[in-house]
Design a protein around this ligand. Structure first.
Ligand SMILES: Nc1ncnc2c1ncn2[C@@H]1O[C@H](COP(=O)(O)OP(=O)(O)OP(=O)(O)O)[C@@H](O)[C@H]1O
Ligand SMILES: [Mg+2]
Length: 191
């Protein structure tokens, strides 16, 4: 199997695994993940945050985003604008979103937030404790990370999404911090 086939195979397997987390467990674990996030020091100083809007079996972020909005932070959320590009659109209220072609809640505006971002929170299908990440296979996040300045790239995931190894390519961008319902894995080098 070549690397793209390996990734595809793993995506299918790991998506199924994530779907086995029940709705009530998903809520509970997502809440725990939000609590861990607030233990990360930079989180409490961040002013400019990029965060995905959760869809289906992903770690839920609606409450998290509402918490950011309550703190009057500058929030931007992803919008897919063509087959290879995702932009970060400023958000002032979750009710400003509407489902895109995939059914994912997305901002109506096509305005791109300038950044730099103090924190970016990314979803994924699979992760390793070394911060490697497997996404949905379009390279949107990898490209976005290569084009935008982000101080701390955080992946949030359920423990069940962690695997021993992931096939990776040059263009795969790894995370600085991975947070699950059980732990905070900080991969930043001590300065
Ligand atoms: N910065 C980049 N420039 C050009 N091509 C890229 C870049 N990043 C990723 N790609 C390409 O995009 C395709 C999909 O990448 P990959 O399989 O890593 O997606 P993914 O990480 O699962 O998706 P996502 O980043 O959207 O979560 C690959 O062919 C990869 O080479
Ligand atoms: Mg990738």
């Amino acid at each position: 199997m070549n690397i793209h086939e390996q990734k595809k195979h793993l995506r299918t397997r790991l998506k199924k695994r994530r779907e086995l987390v029940s709705e009530s467990k998903r809520k509970e674990k997502s809440q725990q993940i939000s609590e861990y996030l607030s233990e990360i020091d930079e989180f409490n100083h961040a002013k400019n945050i990029f965060c995905y809007i959760s869809y289906l079996s992903e770690v839920e972020t609606h409450a998290l985003i509402n918490g950011f909005l309550d703190r009057n932070l500058a929030i931007a959320v992803p919008k897919i604008v063509d087959k290879s590009e995702m932009i970060a659109v400023p958000l002032s209220d979750l009710s400003d979103l509407e489902p895109d072609a995939m059914g994912i809640l997305t901002p109506k505006l096509n305005l791109s937030a300038s950044g730099p971002f103090d924190i970016a929170i990314t979803p994924g299908v699979g992760f390793t404790v070394n911060g490697e990440r497997l996404g949905y296979g379009k390279g949107y996040y990898d490209r976005w990370f290569s084009q935008n300045k982000v101080n701390i790239k955080i992946g949030i995931a359920f423990e069940t999404q962690l695997v021993e190894q992931l096939p990776t390519e040059e263009t795969d961008i790894s995370l600085d911090v991975l947070v699950t319902e059980e732990r905070i894995i900080d991969l930043r080098k001590p300065s």
